[in-house]
Write a protein that binds this ligand. Structure first.
Ligand SMILES: [Zn+2]
Length: 305
């Protein structure tokens, strides 16, 4: 996929890079500072470095992580060295980035729970190179110059943050995941807070919301999604499992890892490899997940390994 870029009226430029597994965004603000928001996965390191080179990004003022998940923090340590810049992560998730081990999120939908059960077993994106000197990401405006602001948008994780550029575009990490017509993240530790995070994002006045997974979301779509979420009976319930409890859980033993998956749906799942072009969004090695017996053998969702 070719680069997608946006320009604000204040002269800041945002370029989407690394769009196979998880996108990150190169930002050059109107006063000439350069930032990278999130860092994708190590498998995309070389491709993204080549993109940054083409964009003329030879140095960075800072790397800002929206949250601690492995598909966002995966290259933070390597690029902190390469670009000679500090790494910032939401204060409550600094420990995970420093340790190079994140808390995988809970499923917020039945399919999300099923996919996450597989991901937990295989430890996909759970560990990454530790970032020893990661700093807490300050909320508010001014710390990163007059063009960037940071707002707390918890829900997908307990402490997720979004970066707002000139009050016009917001880099939201996984506060929104844009797949098909849905923008609700299928994985969320605090699904009941997702709507509040969306209200915060709309409150910034931004017109464009740029996700790590899926295409850009316009303000009208986010407003419609929030209204739908707030209809009586639609507001998601609190996550059943306290993330703080899982954070301190010991890593799965080798024996546990070999144990069969516990069923999380009434119907068994099967995963089949499909060509990348069959997935509804850019994904590396997509697997179609089928729930059986479903209507025919229709794919019910996609995941990637
Ligand atoms: Zn995430």
């Amino acid at each position: 996929m070719k680069n997608l870029s946006w320009q604000t009226s204040q002269g800041s430029r945002i370029v989407r890079v690394g769009v196979v597994r998880s996108a990150c965004y190169a930002v050059e603000t109107g006063d000439g500072r350069r930032y990278l928001i999130d860092t994708a996965v190590p498998g995309e390191r070389a491709a993204i470095e080549a993109q940054l080179e083409r964009l003329g990004f030879k140095a960075l003022d800072a790397i800002l992580l929206t949250h601690a998940h492995g598909d966002h923090a995966g290259n933070a340590a390597a690029w902190s060295r390469r670009f000679g810049c500090p790494v910032y992560a939401p204060a409550g998730e600094v420990g995970q980035v420093r340790a190079g081990r994140c808390v995988l999120p809970a499923g917020a939908t039945p399919l999300g729970a099923a996919v996450m059960a597989v991901q937990r077993r295989l430890h996909v994106c759970e560990t990454f190179e530790p970032v020893p000197d990661v700093r807490p990401l300050p909320l508010g405006e001014g710390v990163f110059g007059p063009h960037l602001g940071v707002v707390a948008t918890p829900g997908h994780t307990e402490c997720s943050a979004s970066i707002v550029v000139d009050g016009e575009a917001a880099l939201v990490g996984d506060a929104l995941i844009h797949r098909g017509r849905s923008v609700f993240p299928p994985f969320a530790d605090r699904p009941e807070q997702v709507g509040d995070a969306w209200r915060v994002l709309l409150g910034t006045g931004a017109e464009t919301f740029l996700c790590a997974h899926g295409g850009p979301v316009g303000r009208a779509l986010l407003e419609r999604s929030l209204a739908a979420l707030e209809r009586p009976g639609r507001r998601p319930r609190a996550g059943r499992e306290a993330p703080t409890a899982r954070r301190h859980a010991p890593p799965a033993s080798a024996e546990e890892s070999r144990a069969p998956l516990r069923p999380v749906l009434r119907h068994p799942l099967r995963a089949v490899a499909v060509p990348a072009s069959a997935a509804p969004f850019p994904f590396e090695n997509p697997l179609a997940v089928e729930i059986e017996p479903a209507e025919g053998r229709r794919a019910a969702g996609f995941l990637t390994l």
